[in-house]
Design a binder for this molecule. Structure first.
Ligand SMILES: [Zn+2]
Length: 472
């Protein structure tokens, strides 16, 4: 979740729980409670038996936002192809397809050579691609994972496990329509699989169809008790109860919901403002988000109740743009700026499949809203010259637990770096960096490929830029 303000007083802990089977869960507020480990995710509060936890890493890699893709990434799913696993020798294929820390493409090619005719060879090729897709997913290469998951489906188009895996990859990429398509197909062959409906719930949630998400999650729970699904369902029901009294309005690219108490004129103006911003950001980033963007306007009170955001949060983007508009009758320049900032997050989220680090998200969002480094330049240069600048690598994860002064610095430094890139290299370079992030390239590597700079080089160049342009 991107909470967009300068004053961060909240101190949500974001830690990594590493299970004995190697699975990692990103979670907030991890606490030991008897023989349980309790934690919070975007799906609500959950607990694990301590016996299956290997260790907890405090403040490791942090989630960017609690989107459906992030929620499902943290969820436990059993996507192993159960029926196929039962046949002899299949786990041998897994081991041969992925070994020594990489995918054996020669082995997969070999299996594929006889697979076109179908039959046992096709099943083996599908299994090998499935193992490769799982591996690439864990490594975070969603591009390769997609290509392998698609190949697996092409060999065994009626195998629910392969269909479910492909739907899962699309969901992780926030490509909800495609995900839904393969879930529908999986349902034909596995009508009683609770994971189909679990994923379907998140997919509908991502498509801003909470009513259908509720139906799907209820089906999943009827088939199997699951605290993750229960928590997701509770949140969706909470959302829906609030939004039941809301009115709806939509424009070419937005689905807007707003409290009945808000002025209808305000809703129309918000949509009009958003469409204007959309066109500008679209041409600047050379990208059109494929999915409609959900926007919810709240009264102050409802905003705090529903989003459960800390008191300091001014607006949020957790897949939908959520903005409190209490007391406003029209779009003033401040609201327009906030909308533009949040909309930029939606563009970057969809363009990079949720893979942009926080400093790039907040840097570009501030640039787009029209903020520049004039006020902060002197302090940033001072901090940099004193050798006390936090490396950009430390600003990749969530900023939720930063103390206020450090967070203000993080926002300012993020803006300065993006401003330097835009002003000296052009927005095209930002676009190329985002493109690389979308394919799973690590941020610093993307900078090397596009700017020929590593983090230290970029920071130095940014400090130089600030001195030159804002020094007196
Ligand atoms: Zn922001």
């Amino acid at each position: 979740m991107l909470a967009c303000v300068l004053l961060l007083a909240g101190a949500a802990r974001a830690d990594k729980i590493v299970l004995k089977n190697g699975r990692k869960i990103i979670a907030y507020n991890v606490v030991e409670d008897g023989d349980k480990i309790r934690y919070e995710t975007s799906a609500g509060q959950l607990a694990l038996p301590k016996s299956i936890v290997d260790h907890i890493e405090k403040g490791g890699i942090l989630p960017l936002m609690s989107s459906p893709a992030a929620a499902v990434a943290a969820a436990s799913l059993d996507l192993e192809p159960a029926e196929i696993a039962a046949t002899a020798g299949e786990s041998e294929i897994d081991k041969a397809a992925v070994h020594d820390g990489s995918v054996d493409r020669n082995y997969i090619n070999h299996l594929e050579s006889g697979a076109a005719a179908g039959g046992a060879k096709a099943i083996q090729a599908a299994r090998a691609h499935h193992a490769a897709a799982r591996f690439e997913m864990v490594r975070g290469d969603l591009e390769r994972a997609l290509s392998d998951a698609r190949a697996a489906v092409s060999y065994t188009p009626e195998d629910p496990a392969m269909l479910l895996e492909l739907a899962y990859v699309y969901l992780r990429r926030s490509e909800f329509k495609q995900s839904l398509e393969y879930l529908e197909r999986a349902k034909r062959y596995a009508r009683d699989n609770p994971d189909v409906y679990k994923l379907e719930g998140w997919t509908y949630y991502g498509l801003n169809r909470p009513d259908q998400a509720v139906v799907a999650w209820k089906k999943s729970l009827a088939l199997r008790a699951d605290p993750e699904v229960q928590a997701a369902l509770d949140k969706a029901v909470r959302d829906r109860a609030e939004e039941e009294n809301y009115r709806e309005n939509e424009s070419a690219h937005f689905q807007l919901k707003y409290n009945g108490a808000a002025e209808p004129g305000l809703a129309r103006e918000v949509l009009h403002t958003l469409e204007g911003h959309y066109q500008q950001i679209e041409s600047e980033l050379n990208f059109s988000p494929p999915d409609p963007i959900g926007v919810v306007l709240y009264t102050q009170e409802a905003f705090a109740d529903i989003t459960r955001a800390p008191g300091w949060a001014g607006a949020l983007n957790d897949g939908r743009i959520r903005v409190p508009v209490q007391g406003l009758t029209g779009v003033d320049s401040e609201l327009s700026r906030v909308l533009r900032h949040e909309l930029t997050h939606s563009f970057i989220q969809q363009k990079t499949h949720g893979r942009a680090p926080t400093w790039i998200q907040e840097g570009v969002a501030q640039w787009m809203e029209g903020k520049r480094s004039d006020e902060s330049a002197a302090v940033l240069v001072q901090v940099y010259d004193a050798g006390q600048a936090a490396p950009l690598g430390q600003l990749e994860g969530s900023w939720m637990r930063m103390p206020g002064p450090l967070a203000s610095y993080a926002y300012a430094w993020a803006l300065a770096n993006i401003e330097y890139i835009v002003q000296t290299q052009g927005m095209g370079d930002v676009e190329r960096i985002l493109d690389r992030l979308a394919t799973g390239t690590a941020t610093e590597q993307a900078l090397r490929e596009v700017l020929h700079d590593d983090y230290a080089d970029l920071m130095q160049a940014t400090a130089g830029y600030l001195k030159k342009n804002y020094g007196r």
